[in-house]
Design a protein around this ligand. Structure first.
Ligand code: BES
Ligand code: ZN
Ligand code: ZN
Length: 500
């Protein structure tokens, strides 16, 4: 999407479609809508009065101006009731708008800043949300369709008008951030939409190298032999059942002037999770091509940080492998020695995410990090506990948890904290090893997180379980059906906040 930001007067701007918004319950139109209404002889006010449009979130009505304004059409989109509205309402309204614009056959639209009056929200944030919604709403994955016509019609241009010079500066900064975060989330959707016969660990490594070539990012790929020498027995244990070679991928971006401690992000990168010898049932198994969402998000976040030239030191880690039931696969009862030295009895080979993350986190701890965040489609229990709308959060540091919670809130990718109490470790005890990889019935999301905590060093750490949000069963305003990329914008927002 080509985004232009400029100063202008909305009612005088020629456009294929002008997009305006309205809060449910407001009796008066906002300034932009009122200005357009005046040149259109009260058409918008009439619409409100008629009761055909009241401004419910994502409600959209299209009007033709029939030559009364330089713009051909006006699209009025609802933001919901002001008291319920959040930054995400703007994101949603713009996602709805861009799809409605596409339906008209137009390839561009013009709009202005929306959501004025939302508490504790800056113009930069509103602009960022506007751009994010508009870009994310256009997402389509047509790579493997012979008939590409379905995706041919697309909105490719957006102009956002600023009322004055100060707003112009805010809009520009918001647009810069919004384009970077939205493109990152779309990269994640692409990586997770590709089937596992294409998106192998080798291909993920190639995608990392591509980022290394394009940007100021150093990329290191550890091959099986190197990983063996290091002693990553847990990661290698998972890789044993697959013919695809595992890759331990490290990306480093240093935009800080001081050579400070790095922020390390670790992403679960299972390019397909069959469950291994503890085979999963067939139903919905195809969704397990997205069991690499965490890793894809780490990759996209590092790319975005370098694009935005954030003044931070960032390292991304992706332990990448398939989880397959091959002839050499690990079996229930097998004991693995992890990089940390701790031994693990594998009682269920389908609890593989925590095994590869155990080594990823131990590796991260060796980097003397300022903070570590891991992100993973870790447990079905997370889906049971939180449904579709919250990411499960665990951590050992209140300040880091607060920052992550706040970033999630503003990104519209909200987290919900769960307990990381040591009492639950009872469930992870093994008779023959330091611990086992499953915690039995009850608290499945918690025992998984507690397992991970045993491989974390003496530094602030947050674990995000995104099994609840990585895949959407239905299309939403700016979220497609299938891989969502949720978590990506949270991570980037957290890094932006660390840079301010
Ligand atoms: N990748 C799955 C978790 C998952 C489930 C992600 C549904 C997205 C949607 C993970 O590797 C897994 O299979 N976990 C097991 C753990 C169990 C054996 C302790 C689970 O949750 O069933
Ligand atoms: Zn699994
Ligand atoms: Zn998995």
């Amino acid at each position: 999407m080509n985004v232009t930001v400029k100063q202008g007067t909305i009612e005088r701007e020629p456009a294929e479609v002008l997009v305006l918004t309205h809060f449910d319950g407001d009796t008066r139109l906002n300034d932009a809508a009122a200005a357009v209404d005046r040149v259109c002889n009260g058409q918008l006010r009439e619409l409100l009065k008629s009761g055909e449009f009241d401004g419910k979130l994502n409600q959209a009505v299209l009007l033709h101006t029939s030559g009364k304004a330089p713009a051909k059409r006006v699209l009025l989109v609802g933001l919901g009731k002001k008291k319920d509205a959040r930054v995400d309402s703007v994101r949603q309204a713009m996602g709805t708008a861009v799809k409605r614009v596409r339906q008209t056959g137009a390839s561009s639209f013009v709009t202005c800043l929306h959501g004025d009056g939302l508490p504790k929200t800056s113009a930069v944030e509103l602009a960022q949300a506007l751009i994010e919604g508009a870009i994310l709403g256009t997402y389509q994955f047509t790579e493997y369709l012979s008939d590409k016509k379905a995706g041919a019609r697309q909105v490719t241009r957006l102009a956002v008008l600023a009322a004055d010079a100060r707003q112009l500066a805010d809009l520009k900064e918001g647009a810069r951030r919004g384009a970077a975060t939205a493109e990152a989330a779309m990269l994640v959707r692409d990586l997770c939409n590709h089937p596992s016969n294409v998106m192998t660990p080798t291909r993920v490594a190639a995608e990392a190298k591509k980022i290394g070539r394009e940007r100021s990012v150093r990329v290191k790929i550890l091959e099986r032999a190197q990983v063996e020498r290091l002693g990553m027995g847990a990661f290698l244990g998972v890789a044993r059942g697959s013919h695809e070679p595992p890759k331990f991928i490290i990306l480093e971006y240093n935009g800080s002037r001081r050579n400070g401690k790095p922020i390390v992000i670790v992403g679960k990168t299972i390019t397909f999770d069959t469950g291994g010898i503890s085979l999963k049932p067939a139903e919905n198994m195809e969704q397990m091509k997205a069991d690499m969402t965490g890793g894809a998000e780490v990759l996209a976040t590092v790319r975005a940080a370098s694009r935005l030239r954030l003044p931070i030191h960032l390292i991304g880690i992706l332990p990448a492998t398939e989880n397959m039931p091959g002839g050499r696969a690990i079996k229930p009862g097998d004991i693995l020695k992890s990089l940390s030295g701790k031994t693990i009895e594998v009682q269920n080979t389908d609890a593989e995410g925590r095994l590869i993350l155990a080594d990823g986190l131990a590796y991260a701890a060796r980097l003397k990090p300022a903070a570590v965040i891991d992100i993973a489609t870790l447990t079905g229990a997370c889906v049971v506990a939180l449904g579709q709308f919250a990411i499960g959060m665990f951590g050992n540091d209140d300040q880091l948890k607060r920052s992550v919670r706040d970033a999630g809130l503003r990104a519209g990718e909200r987290v919900w904290e769960m307990p990381l109490w040591d009492e639950y470790f009872e469930q992870l005890k093994s008779d023959v090893a330091d611990m086992r990889n499953i915690g039995g019935r009850g608290g499945g999301m918690i025992t998984a997180a507690l397992f991970l905590s045993k491989f974390v060093g003496d530094h602030p750490w947050v674990h995000l379980d995104i099994a609840s949000t990585d895949w959407s069963e239905r299309e939403r305003a700016y979220i497609p059906k299938g891989p969502t990329g949720i978590g990506t914008r949270l991570l980037i927002q957290y890094l932006i906040d660390q840079s301010l």
